[in-house]
Design a protein around this ligand. Sequence first.
Ligand SMILES: C[S@@+](CC[C@H](N)C(=O)[O-])C[C@H]1O[C@@H](n2cnc3c(N)ncnc32)[C@H](O)[C@@H]1O
Length: 438
Amino acid sequence: MNARRPVRRPAPAPAPQTIDVTITAVGARGDGLAQQGGVRLYVPFTIAGERVSVRAGLGAAKEGKGEGVRAELLEIIEPSPHRVPPPCSHFGVCGGCTLQHMDDGAYADWKVAQVRTVLDRVGLAGVPLHPLARTAPLGRRRARFAALKRGKRVWLGFNGRQSHRVADLAECPVIHPALLGLLAPARELLAGILPDGGACDLMVSVADGGLDLLLVGPPALDRRARERLAVFAEDQKLARVAWQAEDGGDSEPVAHRGGATIRFGSAIIEPAPGAFQQASDAGQAALTAAVVEAVGPGPKRIVDLFAGLGTFTFPLAERGTVHAVEGDAAALASLSRGAANRRITWERRDLFTDPLTVKELDRFEAVVFDPPRAGAAAQASALASSAVPLVVGVSCSPATFARDARTLTDGGYRLTHVVPVDQFLWAAHVELVGVFVR
Ligand SMILES: C[S@@+](CC[C@H](N)C(=O)[O-])C[C@H]1O[C@@H](n2cnc3c(N)ncnc32)[C@H](O)[C@@H]1O
């Protein structure tokens, strides 16, 4: 006979209540953390040490492995000496920046501490950290904006915090002025293209010959809309305009005025519309400098894993032969067009399901890997058993980097140092380069 198991029902969500709490730390997503009756509260826009009044019980929140409830900041009772007026009028509404209320020293310390914390967690405390490489305001050269039309009005900007509401941007101290300058004319354009209630995204990046625009999401573009877009491209002197019916689908060219190219050293690359690129010149320069310096003078046999358009492939080809491995066909096609007459070979490969084997890895003197946020668990396992003397990891997710770093150190590598890079000013993201030797 089956024993009847008691049914476990989820505890009912507590009703919102107003309470005063002390912020003990700022967590990985940039929210202040507090404890109330054994429950962790996540309080946005606060700083460690502050005494604040909050409305708690707004729903479950999860950050890494910690769980708790979201709380709304009502009043700052005792402010931190590190609190400063945020430089942007959209702060708190726009989801783009969460840390503008900290002074610069506290902000930079917090970013470095994020890296230190995840390394400590995997038993790699004590690894030397270089000073944080910085990106100045107005330095972000690519952005994805959300647009929404209601009646005749178009809202265009970044999504709000944890919501699909669009913060209609009038200013932004983070993005390149050319990106901000496109928003007003783009609102007019979209008012004529989108139906009432219609939404789409605009992916815009600064290219050599002007802005490169990809419209994502309007499910159809009729002839009149295409003509308007083509006129818009002329009026705004855009390098290129393309349209993608749905996220991740194929894009269609709408206008191509030339100059939709970017440069990696002397290589000129034309990315597919919307292709991954580093978000700022300063961030890219810092990551590249750290990678190239770690690889050292050539000649060397180098493999660049998760190579994308070749951000590291081309500068590294000045130091030796480079084999670029990438899963995205369009990115690899762009890379290969720029690789003619250089010491570069390339290969399309899914490095999650089909990582380079130990035998393949052992042909190289240096491995660079720069995976997406999920990290490179399978590839790190193979690397851990390899004899490659130098491995350079680049990451946009310190947590998955730490996991992969532990795999490498368990396999006998030593993590010599980590360079933290702040490419997303005032956001909770941190990037890094870590150097492993054996
Ligand atoms: C963070 S980007 C880095 C690209 C390049 N290193 C750069 O700095 O511009 C990660 C790259 O990994 C690629 N990628 C994602 N999943 C992959 C997989 N399973 N196998 C191979 N490449 C993958 C993406 O297409 C993207 O180009």
